[in-house]
Design a protein around this ligand. Structure first.
Ligand code: NAP
Length: 282
């Protein structure tokens, strides 16, 4: 039976460490501040925003939100971002996705000052990650790296297989693993034989969005399995992309859903806000 990686516990520890850093910043007259922009009323986004606001409260980060109407124009959205870019009291700007389809999210992400891009989506920050430079790393991959660090899992020389190539999880995670000397394979919906690749993984990451996609016969004995997926079943139950019951019998380490990667994503957002505040007040 695998060791269950406790993301909740590592996230709590991360938040506690950040709170101490924030207390010191406050003693020096600096209160880190995150501003979240949401357009429309996507119910899942509302849940995520609530989690972010709660985390800010826990860590002592000031939190502000703008709820914009679904009919907001691209010009209005960009004007708000420009205004927040100029506002010295705002250290981090987060644009909650998805946006209504008439809005261009890439242009909006590009408009956020890269020094306030706490989600790590700006092309400047993505480029710096590729070059192995210090940057804002997108929160989910960064959270996964923090889990490896906490469980003393060294990626050097390991075969890492990532299923899913999204801009927010799969692609930045490839770079994080490469920067830690892993040999990385990335699979996607056009990959001919995902199982062939996954069976060779020392570390297997599933970021697909399909309940229980990864079955036990796709996993090598003793592999480390990271489940990024969040899927709500018709019963209301939340499950990951991995068949946890069967795969946990074979893996050496595994993340549960919920309680694995999810809490780390929010904790690393806080990490990025504190980093932004420190860098802007050097
Ligand atoms: P996404 O943008 O929909 O990307 C899904 C990826 O999976 C795509 O690259 C897609 O390939 C690939 N894929 C789909 N079907 C496949 C198949 N049959 N075989 C191989 N690859 C397949 O999703 P995402 O935003 O990365 O999110 C993935 C999951 O993680 C979702 O459940 C999401 O809710 C969850 N998530 C969790 C957190 C967290 O904090 N825990 C954060 C972000 C996302 P193509 O590129 O070819 O289409």
């Amino acid at each position: 039976m695998a060791v269950i990686i406790d993301g909740k516990e590592v996230a709590k520890k991360t938040r506690e460490e950040l709170k101490k850093e924030v207390d010191v910043l406050k003693q020096n007259g600096i209160t880190p501040k995150l501003t979240v922009i949401m357009v429309g009323d996507n119910p899942a986004s509302k849940v995520y925003i609530k989690q972010k606001s709660k985390a800010c409260n826990d860590v002592g980060v000031e939190y502000e939100e703008y709820f914009l109407d679904t009919k907001t124009t691209q010009k209005e959205l960009l004007e708000l971002i420009e205004k927040l870019n100029k506002d010295k009291s705002v250290n981090g700007i987060l644009l909650q996705s998805p946006l209504p389809p008439h809005l261009d999210i890439s242009e909006a992400f590009r408009t956020i000052d890269y020094r306030k891009d706490v989600d790590g989506f700006h092309p400047m920050n993505v480029g710096k990650l590729v070059l192995g430079q210090d940057t804002f790393i997108s929160c989910t991959p960064y959270g996964i790296m923090r889990l490896f660090e906490n469980y003393k899992i060294d990626l050097c020389g390991k075969n890492v297989v990532i299923i899913g190539r999204s801009n927010i999880v799969g692609k930045p995670l490839v770079q994080c693993c490469l920067n830690n000397n892993a040999t990385v394979t990335i699979c996607h919906s056009k990959t001919k034989d995902v199982k062939e690749a996954s069976k060779n993984a020392d570390v297997l990451v599933a970021a697909i969005g399909k309940p229980k996609f990864v079955k036990a016969d796709m996993v090598k004995d003793g592999a480390i399995v990271i489940d990024v997926g969040i899927n709500r079943l018709d019963t209301g139950k939340i499950v990951g992309d991995v068949d946890f019951e069967a795969v946990s019998q074979k893996a050496s380490y595994i993340t549960p859903v919920p309680g694995g990667v999810g809490p780390m994503t929010v904790a690393m957002l806080m990490n990025n806000v504190v980093k932004a505040a420190k860098e802007q007040n050097k």
